[in-house]
Design a protein around this ligand. Sequence first.
Ligand SMILES: [Zn+2]
Length: 635
Amino acid sequence: MATSDNELFRVEELERLIVHHQNLYYNAQPEISDEEFDSLWQELEDLDPDNSLLRRVGPDNAQGWGKARHLIPMGSQSKASDPEEFRAWAQKSALPFFLVQYKMDGASLEIQYEAGVFLKAVTRGDGTIGDDISRNVLSMKGVVVKIPDGFSGGVRGEVLMSRETHRLKYPEKANCRNAANGLMKRKDGTGSEDLEFICYDARGLCTDTGKSPFDDEISKLEWLRRAGFTVVRTEVLQGIDAVVEYRGKVMAQRPTLPFDIDGLVVKSPQIDEEDLEKPRPEKQIAFKFNPEEAVTILKEIVWNESGALYTPIGIVAPVKLAGTTVQRANLCNPDMIRQMNLKLGSKVVITKRGEIIPKIEVLVENGPDVKDIPQPSLCRRCATTLVDEGSRLFCPNELCPNKELHRIEKWISILEIRDFGAALVRKLHAQGLVKSISDLYLLEQKDLLGLERMGETLSLKLLHNLRKKNEIDMADYIAAFDIDNVGPLVARKLVDGGLDTLEALFNADTERLVAINGIGEIMAITIQNGLKAIRPEMEKVLAKGYVRLRRAISKSPLAGKKICFTGELNGMSRAEASALARKGGGVVKNSVTTDLDYLVTDDSSTGSSKNKKAKELGIPILTGPEFLAIARSES
Ligand SMILES: [Zn+2]
């Protein structure tokens, strides 16, 4: 029941939206996807369950049917709503082959057989007990009355209404699923002949053999087909990528399919009875479509310049995605284009998923007219040959004007120096007045007054704003120099990891950098090279006093400490302890060496070689609790 004014307002809005989109849908010009429509419907149901709009087109009243118990357990299914979630499940499942089926969007039904003869048909109900709607089911298409092998058991499938039937005969129903749900439960049985049963599962035994007539999913489907059923579209695919790609293809075909589907069901080709008994079987998942995905055509690539980096942006045929029209999609780097085999003209799936710019997720297909994607080979600013590292395409020239300009812009943005807009900075850079960060601080009023549309007041204000920002955090300082791979987040990690002075930062070797959580070896090398190149400028800006560093407020006592764990650790796993040490900026070592700062163990009395060696070298030995106390303290 809608209670507050806000809710009442929203209910009225939802009513208007639903009527509006229903009309469009029946005039074959839908503006929103089925999922989006369903979510409006669901929201109205939640806010105002008694709303007359719901009654008018919602499921018909199903009271008065007898109840019956299911033979096949109907638990809930795990769900993945995007490739990332699916990959996580698939990796865990470790299945080499996947059975992939259309997930039909209808009403679930179990038909029960006794010695090969139709006994009854039961709706989903609460998953254990449903309505016995046998009478209506017998007039549906695809329902078989007599099946072979004297089979006793259940056949599971979906009751569906085709899109064609929905359009022609039941346009007043919200969608095919609602229509099927309502019709199959009608007491007078009218309309059941417009419904169809498509099945995907069976479980039971043959009378003569006492055994199941099939032993895996494929033979099960073959048996169902032989028995006369319509079986859901099924593929067996090898590998995770194949499933993600197949899903893209199905998404593209979806508008032309005769029935609504809302995703794929992916499962093991083997039957695992034990798994099926679980409330949520682990060897299957519903890989659903979602409203933040769409299929479109990649028309063009624009290589966006930002500092030294050249980033490919895909221009796609305009498409609706979660209510907004999308024309650009991020492609991240050249590797992504190659790995997905993208071409100009490729049909692709793009997804949004909370990102600001949608991303091209997977290739659907390359038609015969596709063309290779051109990639720039020279820097547009300095004509240096670009370096294609796969994960990034960039101009390697440290003196490239693009890089200079980007660094100055970065400095101004991180220090939040006001009134230095992008246009002004570009002008200063183009005229050669400011080519580095320290140049900024050499600006005089007369330099500024020489610029177009620059008055006395503004020039003074600019210089004032610049000099006012004269104290800065170490992390901001590092980030403001626009070093490759070092954004504000990484800069913060470096400082928190103990590299909180310029000296510590410049002296950090690869191992020291890798010890910081989230920094890998390749990244560490890039950071080192970047630091080396910019070091004179970083030192100059401080030495000349253009800005000074704010004193670090706190520092982890483990920062930079070399620590080795051995033996028992009371109440803490070795992995947990190592993670804690790294988090505090410590370096975890596997052996006891002269430069080790701490050996941590709870049984220092044992004569283990590490214990012995640490004692010999005079290295402090800490117990687990002592280590914890240090790790959690702040000096
Ligand atoms: Zn360049």
